[in-house]
Structure formats: C-alpha cells, structure tokens
Design a protein around this ligand. Structure first.
Ligand SMILES: [Zn+2]
Length: 318
C-alpha cells in the first residue's frame, strides 16, 4: 500500500490596486513510490473551463488510486479571464497561450507565462497535457505539435495514442504556445480540445477524465477499472495523426446552413454547408476538398468571403 500526499497551494501573480492578492491555484498529488511526473494544465483561455473541472475530478480519483509518481496541476492559469468569461487576460487584452516562453520583466501575460513555464520545467516532467475547449459545436480531439526531436515526437505519439482520442496534427507551428515551448525543452506535451467553451458539458468532462485515465494507466500510475476510452469512429480513421484544415472558406456572404455535423466522416466533394442570402436564396454550396472528419462548426452562423465554416481532420492528403 503506497501513501499519497496532497499539496494544494497558490502561486502569486500580482497584487491588485486594492492590495488584493491575485493568485493561481496549484495542486500536487504525490505517491511515496517513485514514478513519472505528469502535469495537467487548464483554463489558459478564461472561457475554457472544462479542463478545470476535469482536473478536479481526476484529482478526486487519484487521491484514492495513484500508484506511483507525481501529478501536478494548474487548474486555473488565467483567473482574470475566468472571472470575466473572456479568452484573454482582460487587464492587458493578451492571449496567454501566445505569450510563451514569457519574460519575467515583460507584459502581464509574458510574466505569467514565464512563471508557468519555469515552475513546470523545474519539476522535470515526463508529460504535460494542456486542456482546452473549442467551438460550441465540436468533438473532442488531441492536437499534436511536431518537434525536431524524434525521441520527443515518438513519446508524444505513443501517449496520444494511449489517450483514445482522434489525433490532429497542427499544420501551422505557433511558437508562442505552452506546448511548443515545453517540446522545445524536450518535454513531451500536447493539447486536448474537449468540446465547447463557456459551459460544462458533462459528457465531454467524462471523455476528458477517461482519456487522461488511459494515459495514466499507460504510464502505470493508475489501474483502469473500466474499458479504456476510445473515440467511437477511431476504427474508421487512419492510425497516423490527421492534418488540421479549416478549408474551404466561404466565398459569399449570408447565413450558413450546415449539412454535416461534428464527428461526421465526409468524402471529397461531399456537401458541407449552404450559404443563403437575406431572401433565403442559396448563394453558395460549400463542398469538401478532401476526405476527413468534421471536427466542428464555427460559432458564427454568418458567413462572409473568406470566413471559415468548419474544421476538419483530413484522412487523405490533399
Ligand atoms: Zn484554448
């Protein structure tokens, strides 16, 4: 029988003009048996609160069942955005996940980013999972960055494979995210997108918990008492990561009427959506450029020339 130690604390961010202390919660569960060090991070974007709840639930379960190693979490990395239900840090209007690696003398977001990254790196983690939420109508999926380090890439593929999630490869390398900067420091890291922002969708919370549990079981840190989670249509998809695409864009203005749902498998040429003008007349039929799976619908029912309509994981190269 191993002992599990719990340590919940706060990381100081700033002192407000009213002298209030602004802090970021930090959680750690540690088994007295040595093992992997895993981080879960949530609410980087203040309106994406699903990850915070998933962290709470995973920790409740881990308190009874962590077999070895340590699990750390920052459940609420952007308390300013969280309180204002805003993606960004409201005081400075910055996107925290475009502010890494950060700078302790830089902007507010860069100062917070620098603190987050250095505290995570100090613990010499084996894995970091950054939890996000996507469009209102979207399915859960894992987003993988590619690095130039084959060992790290292999580890990310292995662990993302154990997650049971659809794996999507980021096509644009964004150098200012937490995961990119962890990978640059040779720490395996990836993002889980877990459905809609703003609200708690219990179904997606459960998927997030089960997927993380798969990963912890893969690392032999817990036991799975139920069948491992697998996204239902995973068997119909290729076993390599799918390329992300938000194409085709709309070429006309009007109201979008979707003809395919998130999670639908589509073939090249399939009818995806129609755009109708103010009289209700169809002005455009948007069709799939290649085979893939619909990841989500945009939050905006209004199209204009150049606006995205849907996002896809492409199952065949264009
Ligand atoms: Zn996000």
């Amino acid at each position: 029988m191993t002992n599990i130690h719990q340590h919940y604390t706060f990381i100081k961010i700033l002192t407000g003009s009213d002298l209030s202390k602004r802090r970021m919660p930090a959680m750690t569960l540690e088994s007295d048996k040595k093992g992997p060090v895993v981080w879960l991070t949530g609410c980087m974007h203040g309106d994406e609160i699903g990850g915070t709840v998933i962290i709470h639930e995973v920790f409740k379960r881990l308190k009874k069942s962590l077999l070895k190693g340590k699990v750390h979490a920052f459940p609420l990395m952007n308390p300013f955005g969280f309180e204002a239900i805003s993606r960004n840090i409201v005081l400075s209007k910055e996107d925290l996940n475009r502010s890494f690696p950060g700078n302790e003398n830089g902007t507010l977001a860069e100062r917070i980013a620098s603190k987050i990254l250095s505290l995570i790196l100090q613990t010499k983690p084996d894995l970091v999972i950054d939890l996000h939420n996507d469009w209102n109508k979207s399915i859960p999926y894992a987003v993988l960055d590619r690095s130039d380090n084959e060992r790290v890439d292999q580890k990310i593929l292995e662990i993302a494979g154990a997650s049971g999630m659809i794996q999507i490869e980021e096509t644009d390398r964004i150098h200012s995210t937490l995961t990119y900067n962890l990978i640059r420091n040779n720490v395996p890291a990836f993002v889980l997108e877990l459905g809609e922002s703003f609200i708690i969708n219990e179904k997606n919370i459960e998927i997030g918990i089960r997927s993380i549990w798969n990963i912890l079981e893969h690392l032999k840190m817990v036991e799975n008492t139920e069948a491992p989670y697998r996204y239902p249509s995973l068997e119909h998809l290729p076993d390599h990561p799918l390329q992300y695409s938000a194409l085709p864009l709309s070429s006309s203005s009007g109201i979008v009427r979707f003809l395919k749902k998130p999670g639908d498998l589509v073939s090249k040429g399939a009818k995806l959506a129609k755009v109708c003008n103010a009289f209700g007349k169809q002005v455009e039929l948007i069709t799939a450029l290649s085979d893939g799976i619909v990841l989500g619908h945009t939050d905006n029912a209004l199209a204009y020339p150049g606006s995205p309509v849907m996002a896809f994981g492409l199952t065949s190269k264009k």
